[in-house]
Design a protein around this ligand. Sequence first.
Ligand code: NAP
Length: 488
Amino acid sequence: MQNYTDGYTRTCGLIGNPVKHTLSPLIHNALAEMTGVNLVYVPFEVEHAAVQDAVKGAKALDILGLNVTIPHKSAVIPFLDDIDPLAKGIGAVNTLVRTPEGGFKGYNTDMTGLYRAIREEGVDLSGEAVVILGAGGVARPAAFISAGKGARKVYILNRTFEKAEVVAEEVNKAVYELGREDKCTEDGLSAAGEATDYEKIIVPMKLEDYKKLYELEDRFIVLQCTSVGLFPDVNSTVIEDEEFYTHIIAAMDMIYRPLETKFLKMAKAAGAKIVSGLKMLLYQGVDAFELWNSDLDVKISKEQADEVYKSLVMEVTGAANIILEGFMGCGKTTVSEILADKLDIELIDTDEVIVDTEKRSINDIFAREGEQYFRDLETELLRTIVEDHWRETVISLGGGLPMREENRELLRRAGKVVYLRTSPETVFDRIKDDTTRPLLQTEDPLARIKELQDQRREKYEQAADIIIDTDALTPEEIADEIIEQLGL
Ligand code: NAP
């Protein structure tokens, strides 16, 4: 990652609230490094009342460009010097670009990014029926770009019908005013055109009436724009009926946590082409980066975009794993079972995976092959978890696994690590009768526990994102504490 700045460094950033979990710095700082553009990207948390000041300040500081995210995408518009007609049409901007006069012009690269994402995946909207599920902030640009890119019909299905009606009416009006195809050139950022017979393009419907679609259209493209299925609610989708999915040609879910939502899984199982919302996030960033650096003629290739996408996938999937570490007897097994149950996600125990794969006990592996061999198996398993992008899993770690520096590095990429810290006395009390622990086959187990804990404590702490003292807590309370601290 580029880690220097000088007097020529271009500064870009993000204004929104909250911004702490944004993936945009990853996108832009990676693109800067790849293209050799001397640019840094920084998130700024900006309160609603301070939006005008933030824009003014950015001008004064000669900030090259800004992204704008929730909740300021519409609020920022009055403070701009110019606005792209498409962004004006949907009443929301997410990218500010300097004008030659030193002001800011607003664009909406959420919309162009969505289009570029589906186009890169070989999905063509032209002449197709498009079904949009949802009528919130992201459904609007989805409807707009679909109509603008020549969809034959766009159906907006929403739980609250009135909202679907409003979005359909507004987008119809905007598309009408801007003209269809002519306004939406290849990069989606463009010019004037003929008015069109808009009322026939966008149709609002009640979500519960989705079966009526089949009478109107046999096959359609679906853009999933509701928040149903977002992590940790990963076992939900807005339409559960399998028949619906058999009508889908191609499906995109705007949700990217998890990377493959239940909606996408069902569409894929029914034979549809699928596109993750993470591609939209990627290309809204790529489009913004190109706009900011158009004076340098920067164009991001598919290969470069794919490279950034890999990092995004790592980030999104890695963050979704919850990894429990701690000394034997700290309660990892019980707590991980409760956690997996509460969050309704998969659970693995690294010791159990190794026992299953080797088809023998850990005691046996230690006795025959030695500790080193067992530790190598642990590292190998961890590498698989990271490289195969395992996600949405509670992972209970063998007690000695985080001792290797290489393993701690892998853990950082694999997910959020929770250290369950437990006193030696509590550990002794819990495991004194357990004969399956090879490291405790000694005359004075308590002294051995103290000695091992002294050796391991620092490493556990180094690996941990969160530390929980467990002595006074029940497993249920520990699980609740983890959920609270991870904000799940
Ligand atoms: P929003 O404005 O809050 O709209 C949420 C939509 O979901 C509404 O249409 C709402 O219907 C519907 N909904 C919520 N719960 C529902 C339920 N239980 N059953 C049926 N419908 C339900 O959200 P948004 O800003 O449009 O974002 C939607 C999703 O897109 C978010 O989860 C976000 O993660 C994702 N997103 C992705 C990107 C990207 O770059 N990939 C960008 C922005 C957003 P009602 O109107 O009836 O309440």
